[in-house]
Design a protein around this ligand. Structure first.
Ligand SMILES: NC(=O)C1=CN([C@@H]2O[C@H](COP(=O)(O)OP(=O)(O)OC[C@H]3O[C@@H](n4cnc5c(N)ncnc54)[C@H](O)[C@@H]3O)[C@@H](O)[C@H]2O)C=CC1
Ligand SMILES: Nc1nc(O)c(N)c(N[C@@H]2O[C@H](COP(=O)(O)O)[C@@H](O)[C@H]2O)n1
Length: 224
């Protein structure tokens, strides 16, 4: 499986405001690039923090891109994947609106009645990990379901978790012309933070886009 993390951050490295409100950091060209990346992926993943903050649809916006997918035998939209250890996804969340397959990745601590509620809402539930989703195991299971390219859209907790497990192959970050500030505002990689074995990145692209810059890296493994 190839895992691509994509996010937009402010010039000071924040994914959203300290109130976790979704604000446009990208401009139209970057949103279009993100839409193409979704269309090129088998699944799009977020953490439940993003579902609760933004209620994203995670679907492909451009009808021509959806049609191109169906012409090559894929569903119009990539599958949606939510890492949600204890099931905090609301049953009326847009990721459960039926416009794409949705996988809910949960831990063994997820309450059984919540699992049943999510299955009734149309989600495929995959459980792994005692208290928290075991990302290595669930990504292997998704690969078994035919997910070869996984796009990860955030947020900072999930992105850190994937780097911690050495699961990220590629990172693209749009850096936009805003300062959001706030010591508690989400950043690209939150979690506990690394103190050693930092993931090492290889710069593969620098491109001026909208009023910002698109940076792309391949992930090299972990170094001292
Ligand atoms: N600017 C951008 O490109 C984007 C910004 N965002 C912003 O990010 C914020 C949400 O980010 P976060 O609060 O960090 O939440 P998150 O979206 O990273 O979700 C974190 C949750 O994922 C679940 N999870 C399960 N297993 C996990 C594991 N092994 N490792 C890590 N997480 C695991 C946990 O329930 C955890 O609370 C929102 O403010 C949203 O607007 C989100 C996506 C893109
Ligand atoms: N790539 C990007 N650029 C921005 O400027 C953003 N604010 C975001 N936000 C994330 O995009 C998702 C929205 O998804 P839908 O359009 O509803 O499908 C959501 O996860 C935001 O956090 N991304």
């Amino acid at each position: 499986m190839h895992v691509v993390v994509n996010a937009a951050m402010s010039a000071d490295g924040k994914l959203s405001t300290r109130r976790r409100e979704q604000i446009p950091i990208s401009g139209p060209d970057d949103f279009d690039r993100v839409d193409q990346l979704r269309a090129d992926s088998d699944a799009v993943m977020v953490g439940v923090g993003t579902v609760l903050a933004d209620d994203p649809s995670l679907t492909v916006d451009d009808p021509d891109r959806r049609e191109a997918r169906t012409e090559r035998g894929d569903p119009a939209n990539p599958a949606r994947v939510v890492a949600d250890s204890r099931i905090r996804t609301p049953p009326d969340a847009r990721v459960l609106d039926g416009s794409a397959e949705t996988y809910l990745l949960v831990s063994e601590a997820a309450p059984t009645d919540f699992i049943e509620e999510m299955e009734a809402a149309g989600a495929y539930v995959i459980a792994a990990g005692e208290d928290r989703v075991d990302l290595t195991t669930v990504l292997a299971k998704l690969e078994g379901e035919g997910v070869d390219q996984l796009m990860v859209e955030g947020g900072g907790e999930l992105i850190f978790g994937l780097f911690e497990e050495g699961l990220v192959d590629e990172l693209s970050v749009f850096v936009g012309p805003k300062i959001l500030g706030g010591r508690d505002a989400p950043t690209l990689a939150d979690g506990d933070g690394f103190v050693e074995d930092f993931p090492a990145l290889d710069l593969t692209g620098v491109e001026r886009l909208d009023d910002g810059v698109l940076l792309t890296w391949s992930v090299d493994g972990r170094t001292e």
